[in-house]
Design a protein around this ligand. Structure first.
Ligand code: E4P
Ligand code: PEP
Ligand code: MN
Length: 456
């Protein structure tokens, strides 16, 4: 569903050239900043700060994604719906990285292929919303648009967009990324350790059905050890960052010209994507991202037509560069088997070979009578299964999964082996936007997807 609200043209004077051409185009889902001087000051400060990622890393990621598009690797992309400044703590970052590493080991085994690990982390601070405002009782205030825009507290002060948050977002992303790099390069990612955490999961009586696969992985690791595999090298792993490139006042100042090649990279993350609500082919987001070298994602919901998808390919990947473009489909479990195959067929027939990834979260939202936004674990699993079925039928590669998850023991999604029910949602619901799979549900999903991958 493309945002029904009319896109607005920014009041700022248009600088009609290359990287700033978007300023002259319709743009959806931007905050109403109270002062354009304060936004300019924040942008100025951001543009003087060091890049968060190096263009060379971004290029390596593009080659990894190209392998996934060819069916030779699998992408695991996961993290919060909305990262918050308050939750950028060492423990919470560690537990999210740990969850992704644990899932990746299981998926690597299931797929017998490398798994590309990517967090919705270190920059996933801006949210598109279906409504501009939120009403509680007789009070209506601007909607919460993510910590980089405004606060969640329901007061006029907190809900007013504050440009100083752009700079705080950068610093929070920098410290998050610093810890991610420390964990994934400093020994925390050791394959044997990650596997022993998974054994702990499979020993839980609720997860007996996964014990068999955990034992098989154990045998495979012992076999590798007996063969003298280099476990020193397996103490480190590549880990990439990503977020929705929603807020142009954050993305534009962090876009820099790479000194090696003279081309622009959005250095706020390795991979950025355009959301379902901002993917208008003639809109600001698509124009801006068409000009940066990063690998790009585009979310596709059930209303996406083959013609729109072919136009997005033309706009974002005219040279059909391997690894450049990823479509992240989020159709809903009940629709995916009907809506995905026509898109796969049209793209295949055009000769393009984007990476196809399943987001089984955003098409499966529901609100309980008590007002909690939630999703059923079974619907999430069913959408992934439908995604695999659609690709099998058309002969294309199901190249990855994109999941809203946390390493914490929250109660936000229904079901899973802990059988979280509606009454349990109130126990520990912490997301400020969409519900996330908790640590156990995330691992369970990884085992189920690994079974699917293994069955191919
Ligand atoms: O994360 C995705 C969107 O921001 C979210 O689903 C929008 O939610 P809303 O419908 O509550 O605005
Ligand atoms: C906003 C999101 O998704 P979509 O654009 O698919 O609705 C998201 O990934 O949190
Ligand atoms: Mn979300």
């Amino acid at each position: 569903m493309v945002d029904p609200s009319e896109p607005v043209v920014l009041a700022e004077p248009a600088v009609i050239d290359g990287l700033d051409y978007w300023r002259s185009l319709p743009i959806a889902q931007q905050p109403a900043w109270p002062s354009s001087e304060a936004v300019s000051a924040a942008s100025q400060e951001l543009s003087s700060l060091p890049p968060l990622v190096f263009a060379g890393e971004v290029d390596i990621l593009r080659t990894r994604l190209a392998s996934a598009a060819r069916g030779e690797a699998f992408l695991l992309q996961g993290g919060d719906c909305a990262e918050t400044f308050a939750a950028a703590t060492a423990d919470q970052i560690r537990d999210r990285v740990k969850t992704i590493l644990q899932m990746a080991v299981v998926l690597t085994y299931g797929a017998s292929m490398p798994v590309i690990k990517m967090g919705r982390m270190a920059g996933q601070f801006a949210k598109p919303r279906s409504s501009e405002t939120e009403t509680r009782g007789d009070v209506t205030l601007p909607a919460y648009r993510g910590d980089v825009v405004n606060g969640y507290d329901f007061t006029p002060e907190s809900r007013t967009a504050d440009p100083a948050r752009l700079v705080r977002g950068y610093h929070t992303a920098a410290s998050t990324l610093n810890l991610i790099r420390a964990f994934t390069q400093g020994g925390f990612a050791d394959l044997r350790q990650v596997h022993s955490w998974n054994q702990g999961f499979a020993r839980n009586p609720a997860n007996v059905r996964y014990e068999h696969m955990a034992r098989e992985i154990d045998r495979a690791i012992k076999f590798m050890m007996a063969c003298g595999a280099d476990f020193e090298a397996l103490k480190r792993t590549e880990f990439y960052t990503s977020h929705e490139a929603l807020l142009m006042d954050y993305e534009r100042p962090l876009t820099r010209i790479d000194s090696r090649t003279g081309t622009p990279y959005d250095t706020s993350a390795h991979f950025v994507w355009v959301g379902e609500r901002t993917r208008q082919p003639d809109g600001a987001h698509i124009d801006f991202l068409s000009r940066v070298r990063n690998p790009l994602g585009v979310k596709l919901g059930p209303s996406a037509t083959p013609a729109q998808v072919l136009e997005l390919i033309e706009r974002l990947d005219p040279d059909r560069e391997p690894g450049r473009l990823t479509f992240i489909t989020r159709m809903g479990a009940s629709l995916i088997r009907d809506t995905l195959p026509p898109l796969l067929e049209a793209v295949s027939a055009s000769g393009a070979t984007p990476l196809w990834v399943s987001d089984p979260m955003h098409g499966n939202g529901l609100t309980t009578p008590t007002g909690y936004k939630t999703r059923r674990f079974d619907d999430v699993v069913d959408e992934v299964k439908g995604f695999f079925e659609a690709h099998r039928a058309v002969g294309t590669h199901p190249g990855g999964i994109h999941i809203e998850l946390t390493g914490d023991d929250v109660t936000e999604c229904l079901g899973g082996s802990e059988q979280i029910d509606e009454s349990a949602l109130a126990m520990r619901y912490e997301s400020l936007c969409d519900p996330r799979l908790n640590h156990m549900q995330s691992l369970e999903l990884a085992f189920l997807v690994a079974e699917e991958l293994g069955a191919r």
